[in-house]
Design a protein around this ligand. Sequence first.
Ligand SMILES: Cc1cc2nc3c(=O)[nH]c(=O)nc-3n(C[C@H](O)[C@H](O)[C@H](O)COP(=O)(O)O)c2cc1C
Length: 186
Amino acid sequence: METLEAIRTRRSVRKFSDRPVEPEKLQAVLEAARQAPTWANMQCSRFVVVEEPAVKARISELSYVEAFFATRGYKSNPAQKALADAPVVIVACADPNNSGELRGQQYYLADVGIAAENLMLAAHALGLGSVFVGVFDEEQLGELLGIPAELRIVGLFPLGYPLEEAKAGPPRKPLDEIVHYGKYQV
Ligand SMILES: Cc1cc2nc3c(=O)[nH]c(=O)nc-3n(C[C@H](O)[C@H](O)[C@H](O)COP(=O)(O)O)c2cc1C
């Protein structure tokens, strides 16, 4: 699939078939994440690949954070079932000590964010689907997966074959609302 078409047609996938992900496709998705640009090429991203159903089920439970969702009227994380149902869950972490900090901004989030988009676009180009899941209990998830305390967990990515064709996604703001030419117009 051509790059711009993949960017245009990618959607968050939250319903998965039980068709397994071929090992070579999983490798291609991880390879796309590996190729992402990073701060000073320090490559702070780390990935945990989970395929064990009981562990995916626990990850799914940990994606419901009551303090976050209950106040917003949600009874579950919209991606909660996807984390249990998808054949693969990729847990993306970062080692903040291997990235940059400048003007109070920590760039590990940018590093992993770029890797995440590579991962999701590669998945889509290969006929797979995924979704960035950013809400989860980081402490309990770290314990479950043995992730060292100095790492941050940035996102969870269920990966598999979509159960249905992607519908049109949530609309984006028009360019003239987000782009300023020459100078920021207030
Ligand atoms: C940083 C980040 C965190 C997100 N966390 C969640 C999440 O916890 N649960 C969920 O269902 N979707 C989550 N999403 C997916 C967004 O809701 C989705 O990307 C957005 O609505 C646009 O839809 P699209 O991906 O289909 O274009 C997250 C996306 C990003 C970038």
